[in-house]
Write a protein of this length. Structure first.
Length: 229
C-alpha cells in the first residue's frame, strides 16, 4: 500500500485528511517538520502532504532539508496563504504541488494520484496505458504486442504528452522541451508530428492527442486510469 506522510500542526486537519485517505493509503502523521524528519528516520513515505506554517520547523524549511538530503519524494504543500510570493517560495524550496486551505479532499486526491503516477513513470521509465507500452530506456513503443516504428522525436513528444494526461502544453513549451531552445523549427513542425502520431496510433483506442485552440496540445486517456499498470 502507498504510504503518505501528513505533516500538519492542526489536529482537525490531520483528522479530516486521514479520514478521507486512509481507505486507499497508509497514513503517517507528524505535527511539524522536526517530527516529520524523525518519522522519516524509521519509515518510508511515497508522498508527503506538508503544511507551510508550523512550529519548530515550518514546511518550507522541512522541504529544503529533505531536498538537501537528495530525497525527491513528491510533496504537496498546504497553506492558507495564496499570494504569488508564497507560491514562488514554496516551489523554489522543491515542492511539486501547492494547494490552498480550506482543503477540498477530492481535489487533494486528484493531485495525489497525478503525482504518484509521475513518480512511477520517472522511476520505471515506462508508461503502460491499456494495450500500449512505452519504454523511455529503449525509446520503444509496443501496441497489442507489436512494435510501433517511431523516430526519436516522435517518441519524445508522445512520452511527454502521455506522462501528463489532461495537461495542456503550449506549442512553445513543446518546442523548447522536444526540439530545444535553439531549434530552427517552427510551430508547424509540432502539428506535423502530432499528425504522424495520430496516423501511427489510429487503431489505438486508449488515448487521444487533442489540439487546444490557441494554446497547444494535450493527451487524453480514454480508459479509466485505474486500468493502467
Amino acid at each position: 500500500m502507498v504510504t503518505i506522510l501528513l505533516v500538519e500542526d492542526d489536529p482537525a486537519v490531520r483528522l479530516l485528511v486521514k479520514a478521507k485517505l486512509r481507505n486507499r493509503y497508509r497514513i503517517l502523521e507528524a505535527c511539524d517538520g522536526e517530527a516529520a524528519l524523525q518519522v522519516l528516520d524509521t519509515a518510508h513515505a511515497d508522498l508527503m502532504i506538508v503544511d507551510i506554517c508550523m512550529p519548530r520547523m515550518d514546511g518550507i524549511t522541512f522541504v529544503r532539508t529533505i531536498r538537501g538530503q537528495q530525497d525527491n519524494t513528491p510533496v504537496i504543500m498546504l497553506t492558507a496563504m495564496n499570494t504569488f510570493d508564497h507560491k514562488k517560495k514554496g516551489f523554489s524550496s522543491g515542492i511539486d504541488e501547492y494547494l490552498t486551505k480550506p482543503i477540498d479532499c477530492e481535489e487533494l486526491e486528484w493531485h495525489i494520484e497525478a503525482l504518484l503516477r509521475r513518480a512511477r513513470i520517472s522511476a520505471e521509465q515506462r508508461i503502460v496505458i491499456g494495450d500500449l507500452e512505452l519504454s523511455e530506456e529503449k525509446h520503444s513503443a509496443v501496441l497489442n504486442g507489436a512494435p510501433v516504428d517511431l523516430t526519436e522525436t516522435e517518441f519524445k513528444l508522445l512520452f511527454k504528452l502521455l506522462s501528463y494526461p489532461g495537461v495542456v502544453f503550449t506549442r512553445q513549451q513543446l518546442m523548447d522541451d522536444i526540439w530545444g531552445f535553439d531549434s530552427d523549427s517552427d510551430y508547424s513542425t509540432i502539428k506535423t508530428y502530432i499528425s504522424r502520431l495520430r496516423t501511427k496510433f489510429e487503431d489505438c483506442q486508449d488515448f487521444e492527442l487533442i489540439a487546444v485552440r490557441g494554446l497547444g496540445y494535450k493527451a487524453e486517456i480514454r480508459k479509466d486510469e485505474a486500468d493502467q499498470k
